[in-house]
Design a protein around this ligand. Structure first.
Ligand code: FAD
Length: 281
């Protein structure tokens, strides 16, 4: 844990590429609102929510044009080395020097294609081809990736991404702070000393949260799940409780010396701004 206290805190916000003009207009407002909080960067997911590579590129361009640092996510599954090089080149031309390098989710029932199997190979490839031109973030899973053969293997595979040249990591969201502290200790014992920034999911919608959590393996503690279920259609109470829980989580993390926070904003400024104000950041 001590290694995490060395670096200055990094705050960042994540978006997904909007699917239509209306979404793009709303995102413009969100960027302007969250931009006032002066995050280190805004990251933009790749391929998530049915969006395309072009969607990620356009959103990155939009953020960059508004004067903020953008970090596109790049996933490597099903991708060729030539495709990755072309993508890096397009970002280089835009002035982007920050990436989130991922494997991406495996396509269902489809045969393996592409030149990469795991994210550490993508990180090594980007480093070999571009040296230190890009700052590279990778994903970390304090409650372990759903496909991991064991917790120990997953931590070793995470360390491989850092050894391949990643500068820092962003975690999957979690609600169990102890899982994160223990993960940090295990990483430290493997010689990992880069910032591992907790990913934070503001709770505002129970069904959506349950769906995401089932898919990505982030556990919602029973007491939180039961309370959220109990609110039913009373969305105001649900949001009030959700924001209390998320703020308290961030507060405990910051008090414990985390190297920053990465908010999964779902393209909305309100919940993140509220948590930010309550934390007095
Ligand atoms: P890896 O680090 O490659 O790990 C994937 C699995 O393979 C793990 O179980 C790991 O233990 C195992 N593994 C790794 N190396 C080996 C090896 N050598 N041998 C055997 N097993 C191995 N998805 C998107 O589609 N688009 C996004 O924009 C996106 N953004 C994300 C951002 C963050 C911060 C996070 C936490 C996740 C994001 N995801 C995104 C989800 C992510 O793509 C999935 O979780 C994906 O299944 C794994 O990607 P990874 O980069 O963690 O993969």
């Amino acid at each position: 844990m001590d290694t995490q206290k060395k670096s200055p805190r990094i705050f960042s916000f994540e978006f997904f590429p909007p699917r239509n003009d209306e979404g793009q207009g709303k995102l413009h407002e969100t960027i302007q609102q969250l931009g006032q909080l002066r995050p280190k960067f805004f990251s933009v997911t790749f391929g998530a929510g049915g969006s395309t590579r072009a969607g990620t590129y356009e959103t990155v361009k939009q953020i960059h044009a508004l004067g903020h640092q953008a970090a596109p996510h790049i996933s490597c599954i099903g991708t060729s080395r030539a495709d990755v090089l072309a993508l890096l080149d397009s970002y280089r031309q835009l002035g982007i020097r920050h990436l989130v390098a991922l494997r991406g989710d495996l396509p269902r029932d489809a045969p393996k294609t592409g030149d990469f199997d795991f994210a550490n190979e993508l990180v090594a490839f980007i480093r070999a081809e571009t040296g230190n031109e890009f700052t590279i973030e990778v994903a970390a899973y304090p409650e372990f990736h759903p496909e991991a053969s064991s917790a120990q293997d997953d931590i070793r595979h995470f360390a491989d991404k850092i050894k391949a040249g990643a500068n820092s990591a962003i975690t999957q969201y979690f609600f169990d702070v102890d899982a994160y502290w223990r993960f940090l200790d295990d990483c430290e014992s493997l010689g990992v000393d880069v910032p591992i920034v907790p990913g934070v999911m503001p709770i505002t919608n129970y069904k959506q949260l349950a769906r995401f959590s089932d898919a990505c393996g982030a556990e919602i503690p029973r007491w939180i799940r039961r309370r959220l279920e109990g609110f039913g259609d009373d969305l105001d109470s649900l949001r009030a409780f959700g924001l209390d829980v998320t703020t308290e989580l961030c507060d405990r993390l910051l008090s414990g010396g985390v190297p920053g926070l990465h908010f999964y904003t779902l393209n909305r400024a309100g919940p993140t701004c509220t948590i930010w104000e309550r934390l007095g950041l």
